[in-house]
Design a protein around this ligand. Sequence first.
Ligand code: NDP
Length: 451
Amino acid sequence: MDKFTRNYVDSFMADLIARNPGEKEFHQAVREVVESVASYVTAYPHLIDLKILERMTEPERVIIFRVPWTDDRGKVQINRGYRVQMNSALGPYKGGIRFHNSVNLSIMKFLAFEQIFKNSLTTLPMGGAKGGSDFSPRGKSDAEVMRFCQSFMTELQRHIGQDTDVPAGDIGVGGREIGFLFGQYKRLRDEFTGTLTGKGLAWGGSLLRPEATGFGACYFAQEMLATRGKSFEGQTVLISGAGNVAQYAARKAMELGAKVVTLSDSDGFIHDPEGLNEEKWKFVMELKNIRRGRISEYAEKYPSAKYYPGERPWRIPCDIAMPCATQNEIEEADARKLVEGGCYCVTEGANMPTTPEAIAVFQSAKLLYSPGKASNAGGVATSGLEMTQNSIRQHWTAEEVDAHLHRIMSDIHASCIKYGKEEDGYINYVKGANIAGFIKVAGAMVDQGLV
Ligand code: NDP
């Protein structure tokens, strides 16, 4: 990076931090993008004059609202709801809803910002947004979750619509929550539209949407592995998380011949040196999606596995790692352990699971490393396909959706190579994804004038 560009980045970041104090996840996500695209921006000075990066990092709209509800004891509870509508240059806002007690404005803004570039990479017409609440469904009854979702949607419905903003699931928002949210939207607006994605199959959902993020991450990893003449066959894979993304990443990795030896949740991880199989995977599905239990129960059921409370899986030797839980779950020391343990490929299923220091460890060791905005884009891409099916009132087969998903992931991989290949041949997927995503959004913003 030349001196002029370095100064541009430093002064841009200083302004951003001053304007958005204390929002450390947002600063982290913006810095990663700005570092990648700065040389492109300074090479096209009209992008500086038009303040494209300043506009991209200022949300078009932030909605923050009170969510009152009553728990099963009849006590009043108050949570805070958010929708950050970040950028609509490419289409209606699109992005998930997260229900987790850690949710705050910084996390919402980082996720909405990442979503702009991810959605751009999919090539589908979708802008970037994210929403959620500091409400955690963990430990709540179905009735409490329903009352919360109904109250949340009572406010949110004013701000969304099939041509305006189409939310989906994320951490803590799966099929059950999408059902309650959709029911309340329909009741208040008196319309049956595709305003949420991740819907049930009988009421407008798409085949393969639940599988899409995890499957897509594996398809992306396959492309990365192929650049080194490798595949999943016979490889040992670490997966973190045990939710939607982790479940289907594990499923596809197993199908492709890998041995998946870990899963985790926020309390700890399980290590099963024999690897998951069909029966064990079904047990996890039932445990997490129906009984809503803890991953420690896996080790109680299967003696081949051991449970490590309060730990993350990254010290276990492996070939491939797929972080599929949450942001900043791989820190520098974890990254070093992964490299020491023989890991040569890290494919992110989660959003921003790797800290900047840990990314530097992977890149200097020349690992295959893909950022979530590229490798987990299969989820939102399939949400886009769900919107298409809703619009044309048709239902595609699983094979049709899978073929679209496969093509989109391999196109994203090709874009990363186009913009991320370095002089020594190393593919910098972070740079590739950020530049490819940015160019399209910046072009659309220039075309649409100062809005
Ligand atoms: P789920 O709620 O289904 O699962 C989340 C999993 O991660 C759970 O096992 C959860 O454990 C664990 N987890 C959550 N927070 C933490 C934490 N702070 N520390 C450790 N573990 C944690 O969510 P998803 O699988 O849908 O999402 C996982 C990641 O993938 C997120 O980063 C999300 O943004 C990203 N993503 C999801 C997409 C989707 O389609 N669902 C699309 C693209 C990205 P516990 O049960 O203890 O909470």
